[in-house]
Design a protein around this ligand. Structure first.
Ligand code: ZN
Length: 217
């Protein structure tokens, strides 16, 4: 009878393992959903004076989709992205009308959530007003601000040059002018302040700085 007994114990152990694994998975996704909600609420509260209320409402109703690498890359491909080309994509978002996606196979999940949620909160005209590299730099700069710290040494930084230049621009022109350009699509004050500090074409000088620093030798 001992064979039967052992067999039962093995099955029980396998069932238990599965149960622990699915419990862990449920726990992780609960934690991710709560982190997404907390960060999005904090961003909505922080920028409520500059973001149109309808955009805030729209993204609060759209929880972020968390996915393992395989599913994330599939979703990214369907959205027109190019997974697996050089660097690993950690998250993406397109509009305030669809969910942001964040991959779960890295250690930068909260900052990636903040980064994608900021994209969703940004004005559709901000990309053009700032230019793509500076737009990404501002997004990352505000995401680091939201999290309260930079990535620890050893972890890959996202858009490090773009972020550094965007941070410098924020010091020069002030947060309010940057926020108006990013969240409300009105870059007139930002341009004016940069012209005052850097001379005519101040914004172009900033954009050019990124190009120079990121150009491959
Ligand atoms: Zn981005």
């Amino acid at each position: 009878m001992s064979d039967t007994h052992d067999n039962t114990r093995e099955m029980a152990q396998a069932d238990l393992d599965r149960l622990v694994e699915s419990g862990r998975d449920i726990h992780l996704h609960k934690y991710l959903a709560e982190t997404d909600q907390a960060l999005t609420n904090a961003l909505a509260e922080k920028y409520r004076d500059v973001v149109p209320p309808s955009r805030i409402e729209a993204i609060l109703a759209l929880p972020t989709q968390f996915e393992g690498r395989e599913r994330f890359d599939q979703a990214l491909g369907k959205a027109g992205g190019k997974p697996g080309e050089g660097t690993r994509v950690l998250g993406y978002s397109r509009f305030d009308t669809e969910q942001a996606h964040v991959a779960t196979d890295h250690l930068e999940i909260p900052k990636t959530i903040a980064h994608e949620r900021l994209h969703q909160l940004s004005d559709p005209r901000a990309v053009e007003a700032l230019g793509q590299p500076l737009y990404e730099g501002v997004t990352e700069d505000l995401a680091i601000d939201a999290i309260g710290s930079e990535s620890p040494p050893g972890l890959d930084r996202c858009y490090p040059t773009e972020r550094a230049v965007a941070h410098e621009m924020r010091d020069l022109a002030g947060s309010d002018a940057v926020e108006r350009a990013y969240f409300a699509g009105d870059s007139s004050e930002l341009r004016q302040r940069l012209d005052e500090r850097l001379g005519p074409g101040g914004m172009e000088r900033i954009q050019h700085q990124i190009t120079e620093l990121t150009e491959k030798p």
